[in-house]
Design a protein around this ligand. Structure first.
Ligand code: PSU
Ligand code: MN
Length: 315
């Protein structure tokens, strides 16, 4: 079976996609070597309130199509891993409660027949197994502030393992961003800015943290990704696209809200995988919906950039 891009002389850890229900459209695109962009579904089920969540899922898919690639949203539906979710599947995740599936949860959801929305970590696994090489999301999980027993998102070690180019707007400023960047370095994940010299902080274009690499041309980026994967054992490349300037928030504006959202999470004793959805909802409320608009705009912008990159990678 053909895998998307970089077949020649490149070792890519692909363990086969037998456990995955790949949609006919995605299967055909992968077999023909056409560009495919994976999308996660936790952003839909846990990241946005209803009914905006369904709109965001559809808008991301549409942006991938407009950019000439096939969207492949991942999820677990009734215990089956899916790659290339149809409208009915998306509507179900958008309108009914589902569990949040990170890497640890995929097998458990399969065994219990559960329906779950996939995080960045889970989507990376699925994409790597199926040979999808580009993935668009909003922001990645990272290191939460808190020292010793810090909550570290499973997104980070999965980025270290899975050879997928992940287009995102960095990570939220509620996270410990310096520690998150350090961990990406440890995991061997190059972080590349497109149109930016700093790590974007999701809602805002600045973080004060300089990136080592910047490539504004997708052709150049595609070549760099190929070179990274020409070495054995390589994992993800993190492609950082700042939030669109017309919706991005100022850093000062956000700082106060972040402090408040974290204090609320602490006060309510929120732990584990409930933290990210709680904080996103709190920021939305505290900003009177401003953060939601940024989140929506950047998700669509990242999907569009991912489609261009996927096109450049198979060219
Ligand atoms: N960051 C966001 N929006 C999101 C997420 C992160 O701004 O919706 C989701 C993604 O699915 C990400 C997950 O993979 O939360 C990280 O959760 P945790 O920190 O529990 O690993
Ligand atoms: Mn966590």
């Amino acid at each position: 079976m053909r895998r998307q891009g970089f077949e020649k002389g490149v070792t890519v850890a692909v363990s086969g996609d037998g456990a995955i229900d790949v949609s006919p459209e995605v299967r055909a695109a992968l077999d023909a070597g056409r560009p495919v962009v994976a999308l996660e579904s936790s952003i839909v089920a846990q990241g946005f309130p209803r009914p905006r969540n369904r709109e965001v899922g559809r808008a991301m898919s549409a942006a991938v199509r407009d950019g000439g690639a096939v969207p492949a949203m991942t999820a677990v539906i009734d215990g089956r891993i899916r790659l290339g979710l149809d409208d009915a599947g998306l509507d179900r995740l958008a309108s009914t409660d589902s569990i949040k599936c990170s890497a640890r949860d995929l097998g458990m959801a399969m065994a219990s027949g559960a329906t779950g929305a996939t995080t960045v970590a889970a989507t990376l696994r699925i994409a790597a197994m199926a040979g999808v090489r580009v993935f668009a999301t909003g922001g990645i999980g990272g290191v939460h502030p808190g020292g010793g027993a810090a909550d570290v998102s499973a997104d980070l070690p999965e980025l270290g393992r899975c050879p997928v180019a992940v287009v995102c707007s960095g990570a939220k400023s509620v996270l410990d961003l310096p520690a998150t960047l350090e961990r990406l370095e440890t995991e061997g994940v190059p972080v590349v800015g497109v149109g930016c010299d700093e790590l974007p902080a999701f809602h805002t274009r600045e973080s004060g943290l300089a990136l080592k690499y910047r490539m504004d041309d997708v052709g150049e980026l595609a070549r760099a990704v190929a070179a990274h994967w020409s070495l054995p054992g390589a994992g993800a490349v993190l492609v950082c696209n700042p939030p669109p300037a017309d919706t991005a928030m100022a850093r000062a504006e956000l700082d106060g809200l972040v402090g408040q959202a974290l204090a609320e999470a602490d006060r309510d004793g929120v732990r584990g995988d409930a933290v990210t959805p709680f904080v996103l909802a709190a920021l939305n409320r505290l900003s009177a919906g401003r953060t939601l608009e940024v989140n929506h705009a950047l998700a669509v912008s990242n999907a569009a950039l991912a489609a261009r990159l996927a096109g450049a990678m198979v060219a």
